[in-house]
Design a protein around this ligand. Structure first.
Ligand code: HEM
Length: 483
């Protein structure tokens, strides 16, 4: 159905066509991927295939398995994962050497490449020259001045969102924070257009994220085998695709509305900009990468504050003295070190991006071992951020560790080595939304924690599950308490 030249979201979904489009996106590659054929190469010790299958591939234990690998193999470990050779790096030096020193000689791992079915060839998934050009075109949307502009929307939206909170109400904080950050990314990326679709996008994304962990582990074969998982995944792909395409069509008709999507449509280098497919891929990437990660950061933050009332008190002291009931703004960021420290500590213990993989494009030496071209290196934020080798009281929620001698927030304050802290990744592929995320998480927490002290529902079963991001399997059931 067409409405004023714009595709309506109520189009019927053709699963076969959706699968064809998704699989075609997967076939796209900007670099030649070498095959790991060097069968005779000596490989470092590591967990057995049975352990890998039981602990890494099936079930929800993969993050905890990476903690054990980091403990048992202190520099590098080899493991065979669904036929692929994978090398897990567990020393900060090795991580820096490969991800920064050889960063440009790598490409994204199989898991992230699998997300091309949804994200296409956007900033997160593209490689080589295409990625560099995309990054240059998208970068202006994340300039400091633009973020200052978005910060006003972030606070306004949070204040409106807060009106739906009632003292004593029970809610799933994971769903609630996802709805909030989706609205924020919708306003900053798409202007106000998303408001009417937020519910539909939210539902589809929840379905997508829940199925995505399995999808990433098992790979694109999931799209070929007719199962309920395939049906759910494809229905979610198709719904989100339709909505994003409709919004892009509306923007093209309306002209520049001053938001991020207008910038993407207008972006140009040497006389050429993004074509329709690229605008779609970048928009989809920014919606997904831009709301889920921050939503999970805030979700785990609320859980940790509920479990640690003394820390919540310490945070409230700052909010009461600096803000005294008024809404925060960009200018307050430097005066809220405790708020930032609480977020940093939540990201340390529950990093939304909990693992990263890279396919090596040429052979690379690590600690006397050769990682062959075509093999994959893995690093896990979850494991490195929790290691007692680099962090005092590593499993204790202790935001004070991020405050330096002058009382300021500092990412260096805990004294951890470079390579033991990388929530936003590394080098040329470092998160483009890092400052957006810090600003959003700080302002949302400062706004809401001034007046609210959510409590965990007694007996709630909180199980970490490795989806694209680190989620809680059964959500985050909480009861709202007004301070
Ligand atoms: C706490 C919040 C966030 C965390 C922990 C996070 C983490 C990461 C990590 C680890 C990467 C690197 C992935 C890799 O190298 O394989 C990444 C890349 C990326 N992130 Fe974020 N992110 C967050 C928020 C955001 C936000 C708010 C946006 C956008 C509004 C965003 C957009 C992106 C994009 C587009 C990339 C790809 C960059 C490139 O390859 O050039 N992220 N993020």
């Amino acid at each position: 159905m067409q409405t004023g030249g714009v595709t309506s979201i109520s189009q019927p979904i053709d699963l076969r066509e959706t699968a064809r489009v998704a699989l075609a996106r997967l076939d796209h590659s900007d670099v030649v991927i070498p095959k790991d054929r060097e069968r005779a190469v000596a490989r470092p010790p590591g967990p057995s295939r049975a352990q890998v299958w039981r602990r890494f591939i099936s079930g929800d234990g993969a993050p905890w398995f990476m903690v054990e690998v980091e403990r048992d193999y202190p520099t590098i470990a080899h493991m065979r994962v669904l036929g692929e050779h994978m090398y897990t790096l567990t020393s900060p030096e090795a991580i820096v050497e490969v991800f920064i020193g050889h960063g440009r000689d790598t490409m994204k791992g199989r898991g992230l490449q699998g997300t091309k079915a949804v994200l296409g060839n956007g900033l997160l998934t593209s490689e080589g020259e295409v990625h560099l050009r995309n990054r240059r075109l998208v970068q202006p949307a994340f300039h400091r001045d633009r973020i200052a502009g978005y910060s006003r929307d972030m606070v306004d939206i949070t204040l409106i969102h807060e009106q739906s909170w009632d003292d004593g109400s029970a809610l799933d904080m994971q769903v609630n924070m996802s709805a909030l950050t989706l609205t924020i990314v919708g306003r900053t990326l798409f202007g106000s257009d998303l408001a009417g679709d937020a519910h539909e996008i939210g539902e589809s994304l929840q379905g997508l994220m829940q199925g995505m962990g399995r999808y990433i582990m098992l790979g694109p074969r999931v799209l070929r085998i007719p199962t309920p998982l395939r049906r759910r995944a494809l229905t979610s792909f198709a719904r989100i695709d339709q909505i994003v395409q409709r919004i892009i069509d509306e923007h093209r008709i309306a002209g520049d509305t001053g938001d991020m999507l207008s910038m993407l449509i207008a972006a140009e280098e040497d006389g050429t900009g993004f074509d329709d497919a690229q605008v779609r891929d970048e928009a989809m990437t920014l919606i997904l990468a831009g709301h889920e990660t921050t939503a999970m950061t805030l979700t785990w933050t609320w859980m940790l504050l509920a479990q640690n009332p003394a820390v919540a008190e310490w945070l409230h002291e700052e909010l009461d003295s600096v803000l005294a009931g008024r809404a925060p703004g960009m200018d307050d960021m430097g005066s809220l070190p405790r708020t930032r420290a609480v977020i940093a500590e939540a990201i340390r213990l529950y990093p939304p991006a909990w693992i990263q993989g890279r396919r090596m494009l040429s052979p690379t030496e690590v600690n006397g071992w050769t990682i062959p071209a075509g093999a994959t290196t893995l690093i896990s934020q979850f494991a490195m951020h929790r290691s007692p080798r680099w962090w005092n009281s590593s499993l204790t929620f202790m935001p004070q560790r991020w405050i330096d001698a002058d009382g300021a927030f500092s990412e260096d304050a805990p004294g951890q080595p470079r390579g033991a802290w990388f929530p936003f990744g590394w080098g040329n592929r470092r998160c483009i939304g890092e400052q957006f995320a810090w600003t959003e998480a700080t302002l949302v927490l400062a706004t809401l924690a001034q007046r609210w002290r959510p409590e965990l529902v007694p007996g709630a079963d909180i199980t970490v599950t490795p989806a694209v991001t680190l989620r809680s399997k059964g959500g985050m059931p909480m009861v709202l308490r007004r301070r």
